[in-house]
Design a protein. Structure first.
Lengths: 207, 207, 207
């Protein structure tokens, strides 16, 4: 197993946990948990693979990814009542999943020798789209749209860091580690200390 | 015309009827009916074909599918006022469409010699994603998220039945018939008799 | 640069402006503006390219598209407070973007020698799906679902006009110009004078 597929596995596992937590908030049954977990877990990477014409799509070629996501769904189904705040777990697990998935997407695009702009876009896409699908389908406010929180920014900063690091001669693996670290650090700072970028200063919408 | 494309035609027709019924609930015009009908009718199969890199996508290679969906939209536009409960028609037509589409997706993946896990996932994807797109776009509560009803479970059980039946030596066609039957039977039982799986037993979300 | 890629550039630019305006209504930060702008700008064309198996996807092969969308996001971030009604700008810019994108999608499908039905569908898809993604993600009422307004109808009429014009011997470029003109004229007439098709005459939904 390569380091890249390890990253994909880790991101699938953690995103699946967040999907199952959202399913628990919607009071679904076990199969519903697995459905939302799989959608969240493979959504971002699937879009990345389709955009880059990378076939078979990572989980079609290696169905273990989906089995891991289902295992995560089962785990959450039987243990979610043990945690005090599911929402807090959701937010923090999502921050890990985001960081790992951004690194995985960045690594996949780097390994295909894509240009810098495309690598950055694939990192952001892989990181953000799985969670976005989860939130849109389950009618939660998408995390990418939360006011006054860094989210897409973390993904963007992480993947840009990796691209610049490889340009400066760093190997792919440490560059991806740095990517995940920067992404997660910014997200954690935003959650813990309220770090944010200036938001749009206009009036709220009238219509 | 092969048996597989017949299944695709039937699933397109019935899903288009459900899409047009949802459009009638949103009080759209005739072109809006056709748009939602087409989205619902070809959505699931399109995702299946893209995931499996099966080109041309079924309706791009054979535009008759889209014309059938449009005909269904016209039919519903002029007759939906005749039925007493559009919602009941919607639910029951959707149960037929789900069953046929699950069989169609399962059959397509079987014919490509995909592994069992992928066949199951393609069955579920083809069955569930068209209706999911319809509900997300039209802002209805997605049927896959309805508490205390079997939905994804029916798709899952149907396609697993087909995979096991073919493993046991049954031909593809009777296996797909069995698939549709199991899927529809479970869904009908859930609608008529309240069959359900245990749902997540935790607290409702606090945030 | 070909005339077709010029159309794609123009549609990306104007759709990105509408995406950024929606982001301003959601009070996002600059990176959020860019994310929604890019999603809106390339969404429809991306689906078109995936459906037609046209690789690389237009913006993967030519990342300038994305940079233009980001520039549009920056522009709106710093100037949106200057306009009196962001919603009115949004609606009218969207009408231009729709018209240009329908022409771009129609042109792309024509250049691949697709059948008439597919050309029409690609025109409608390219025109409508970017805005639809924007509205679904940002939880706005999708413009395609606005009651008593022409929207999908404009896209449909425009692309049908182009197909018929080329069949009658007109060159591709004037045919695409006619397409954009018909689409925009209908949309403008709908916004200014309330032009509409008869909507579904039934009862509103009871459930």
């Amino acid at each position: 197993m390569t380091a890249l597929s390890l990253l994909d596995y880790a991101s699938v596992l953690v995103f699946a946990l967040t999907g199952a937590l959202v399913a628990s908030r919607a009071q679904l049954d076990l199969v519903g948990f697995a459905f939302i977990a799989c959608l969240t877990a493979v959504g971002g990477g699937t879009v990345r693979d389709l955009l880059l014409d990378r076939h078979p799509v990572f989980w079609v070629g290696q169905p273990n990814y989906v089995l891991i996501a289902c295992a995560a769904a089962v785990l959450v189904f039987f243990t979610a009542h043990l945690v005090e705040s599911r929402y807090r777990w959701l937010i923090w697990l999502d921050s890990f999943a985001l960081s790992i998935a951004v690194a995985a997407g960045t690594g996949a695009a780097l390994s295909l020798d894509q240009s810098g702009v495309i690598v950055v876009l694939m990192g952001v896409t892989t990181g953000c789209l799985g969670g976005l699908m989860r939130d849109v389908v389950c009618n939660e406010v998408p995390l990418v749209l939360k006011q006054g929180e860094l989210y897409v920014t973390c993904a963007f900063a992480g993947t840009v860091t990796a691209v610049m690091a490889t340009r400066l001669g760093l190997d792919a693996l440490p560059a991806l580690g740095l990517c995940a670290l920067v992404c997660w650090g910014l997200r954690a700072g935003s959650l813990l200390f309220g770090w944010q970028l200036p938001v749009y200063k206009g009036r709220p919408p009238s219509a």
